[in-house]
Design a protein around this ligand. Structure first.
Ligand code: F0G
Length: 408
């Protein structure tokens, strides 16, 4: 395995453990290249199943179980909290709400720190530790900081998290504090926090946002686990929230590799959903352009994806195009309604995750999706990640009901 520039026209190559944040030739993002696999597809699938019976911490992890597609580390060097192994839950009321017969939720919020970030962080932190860093840092809308803080604590590393001041959920802030991270609050948005971190990057601080290609390697394994859970029967659509666009980039990479090595013969169409107030990628897609124009002041109730200048958009676009998918957006009102419905299905999630169901309902009302299609929606964060949102929504709907009674 080695690192390569993610822009194919450049293609500069670097050694796998090089600490470069960007391509030294063109400045774009780097990616890990999986150039060979150890076994043929049936033998690999058997091995992944058999590892479930083992007590090796790498086999217990739903990420490292698929390590044949990950950078290699000595067994004792893997920083793991038993991440992954998240269930596929069948949508009931939610399926009706979206006009679908078969809707599955892959709930990545049921991870150690309650978001999908743990899948990437186990690999990112293992790499950081392996290259001998003492401190790690990230900018975050909350979930990355919680995850980074927990895995840094496991690795015995100092964690510094840059947060947009007053803009992240208290639950996520509390997690980062509990795991012992140092908080640096930056006025402005996530994009400002990320710029502040990038300016302060130095050889002593290892950078762990999803620009880091090792993070995406871990996140891609969610697709391996998902398809294994479906007995390798590939669904028609995969729908995923889009913020900084690391996750959809990771999923696109997973599909490219699964096809390249013959593990599957087709892939789901990937739909990326953004919030309407933080939608530069959806806007670019609608306009048929290939140049992302950042949103200056991103605004949405889904604070996790309140991002105006997503760094991984080119990688995500490659994934969307590779799978024959598309990009869309939904309003805050649609997100709120869908979130309540996911709760009523006994599943629950944080607001950003509900963009998926909101998107499906919108596609149904437009007649874009066949009701018989098989759809998997990715839920990215746990219901307890943003409790303030739930309490405020309840108060708002009670006030609305009271006003209606009064009018009657
Ligand atoms: N859903 C949740 C719950 C998130 O926390 C994020 C991103 C996303 C979706 C979007 O994923 O950025 O890979 O497109 N949260 C980051 C953070 C930005 O700092 O926690 P993406």
């Amino acid at each position: 395995m080695f690192l390569r520039c993610s822009v194919s026209e450049c293609g500069a190559e670097l050694e796998l453990h090089d600490r470069a944040l960007a391509c030294p030739r063109c400045g774009d993002l780097l990616e890990v290249v999986v150039d060979k696999i150890p076994l043929d597809p049936p033998a690999l699938k058997r091995q992944w199943r058999e590892r479930r019976l083992s007590c090796d911490p790498r086999d217990v992890s739903g990420v490292w179980r698929f390590r044949d597609f990950l950078p290699e580390y000595p067994a004792g060097k893997v920083i793991t909290l038993g991440e992954g192994n998240t269930p596929l839950v069948r949508g009931q009321r939610t399926a009706k709400f979206a006009g679908l017969r078969t809707l599955w939720f892959k709930h990545l919020g049921w991870n150690p720190t309650s978001s999908f970030k743990d899948l990437g962080m186990t690999v990112g932190m293992t790499e950081a530790n392996f290259v001998g860093t003492k401190a790690v840092g990230c900018a975050s809308t909350g979930n990355t900081s919680a995850s980074l803080a927990a895995f840094a604590a496991r690795a015995g590393l100092i964690a510094k998290v840059y947060l947009p001041a007053g803009q992240i959920s208290m639950n996520k802030l509390a997690q980062a504090l509990d795991y012992g991270a140092e908080l640096i609050e930056i006025p402005g948005s996530f994009d400002d926090a990320l710029n502040a971190l990038l300016e302060s990057v130095n050889p002593d601080l290892y950078f762990l946002n999803s620009i880091n290609p090792f993070r995406l390697e871990g996140q891609k394994t969610a697709m391996f686990e998902l398809l294994e859970q479906l007995a390798w029967n590939v669904p028609d659509y995969l729908i995923v929230p889009g913020g900084n666009l690391g996750n959809s980039s990771a999923f696109g990479k997973a599909f490219e590799e699964l096809m390249k090595f013959g593990i599957v013969e087709k892939v789901p169409k990937m739909i990326v959903v953004q919030a309407a107030g933080a939608n530069p990628f959806a806007r670019m897609w609608r306009e048929g352009s290939r140049k992302l124009v950042p949103v200056d002041k991103p605004e949405t109730i889904a604070t996790a994806i309140r991002i105006g200048n997503p760094r991984s958009w080119k990688k995500s676009l490659r994934g969307v195009e590779f799978t024959g998918g598309f990009v869309m957006d939904v309003t805050d009102e649609e997100i709120g309604e869908a979130k309540a419905m996911i709760g009523r299905d006994g599943i629950g999630c944080e607001p950003a995750s509900a963009t998926t169901l909101a998107g499906l309902r919108k596609l149904h009302s437009e007649g874009t999706i066949d009701p018989d299609a098989t759809v998997v929606a990715i839920l990215t964060g746990h219901v307890l990640k943003d409790t303030d949102f739930i309490i405020k929504s309840r108060k708002k709907s009670e006030a609305k009901e009271a006003a209606e009674v009064h009018v009657k």
